[in-house]
Write a protein that binds this ligand. Structure first.
Ligand code: SF4
Ligand code: SF4
Length: 291
């Protein structure tokens, strides 16, 4: 399978997840030019653009349908508040109050209202930037508005751009909570980037459990290899997790990153390493599919 969706995630921020996602995109684009796209789903702090320098051609607003209550029609029965999973609508005595920043736009409240007192109006929650890099990688970046409590609608809007005939790389947000899960869900594979330290191991365990609970196959990249201890290596052996790549702790790599360069742009010899890793990842996936 050449066309596939690969998410790149990490149990915590600052492990080099975006460096991996962007470097892999650059490497794969050399053999599959025009066939590679990257989706920055780290919608609260998207930063793949800092390493890829895309030219943005278009910005699309993302809206949700938020409830608007006609207080003259509302009987204060409270059904809308009961059905709302996010406590975004409340009935307190004679008052009915909505909390737009908590609303996911699911429409459940309008659906259950027995007197059709709820209509829905578009509310802007973020935007998608669409463009391409100088070497032809299609680029999509989601960005949620400051103050929004729910990133899901923007993540889902970005993921609608996944092409079935492309190699899609999804840069997921750090952690293992809902935003990360929404980003990696549906991927063919998830690369988990970690550091060989007790902190890295602790967060890696949670990230592996999350992938497994979502049924997404995963493999590991150890960044800053050479620091810390052997805990991550032992865990990978114990859990039968492939270590796809090791990126050493080197001053030159850190300096390139601080200049806003991907590994593969700064050090072209890494193109081969990332392409070999992609082949390893595909074989891990096909072994899983056969067994
Ligand atoms: S379900 Fe409808 S009628 Fe009942 S409290 Fe909500 S808006 Fe009012
Ligand atoms: S649309 Fe969904 S999330 Fe928003 S207030 Fe209604 S039930 Fe709650």
């Amino acid at each position: 399978m050449t066309h596939m969706t690969i998410s790149v995630a990490a149990g915590k921020g600052g492990t080099g997840k975006t460096l991996v996602a962007t470097s892999l995109a650059v490497a794969l684009n050399q053999d599959h030019s025009g066939d590679v796209e990257i989706l920055d789903c780290d919608v609260e702090e998207p930063n793949a653009h800092i390493l890829l320098h895309p030219r943005i051609a278009e910005r699309q607003p993302v809206h949700i349908l938020a409830p608007q209550v006609d207080e003259a029609v509302c009987t204060r029965c409270g059904r809308c508040a009961e059905v709302c999973e996010f406590s975004a609508i409340a009935v307190i005595r004679e008052a009915i109050i909505t909390f737009p920043n908590l609303c996911s736009g699911c429409g459940a409240c309008a659906y259950v209202c027995p007197v059709d007192a709820i209509s829905e109006a578009e509310r802007n929650v973020g935007a998608i930037a669409i463009g391409a890099t100088a070497d032809g990688i299609a680029f999509y970046e989601g960005r949620v508005n400051v103050g929004e409590q729910r990133s899901g609608p923007v993540t889902r809007a970005v993921k609608q751009h996944i092409r079935s005939n492309a190699i899609t790389l999804v840069d997921a947000p750090p952690g293992t909570a809902c935003p990360m899960q929404e980003s990696i869900e549906g991927s063919d594979y998830c690369i988990l980037v970690t550091e060989p330290t007790p902190f890295g191991l602790s967060d890696l365990r949670a990230a592996v459990d999350t992938c497994r609970s979502l049924g997404v196959a995963c493999g590991i990249i150890i960044n800053r290899d050479g620091v810390g201890d052997a805990g991550v290596e032992k865990y990978c052996v114990q859990e039968n997790l492939p270590v796809l790549l090791r990126i050493p702790q080197e001053r030159a790599i850190a300096e390139a990153y601080s200049r806003g360069e991907t590994l593969t742009h700064a050090f072209p010899e890494w193109v081969e390493s990332f392409c070999e890793m992609f082949a390893k990842l595909q074989s891990h996936l096909s072994v899983r599919e056969v067994t």
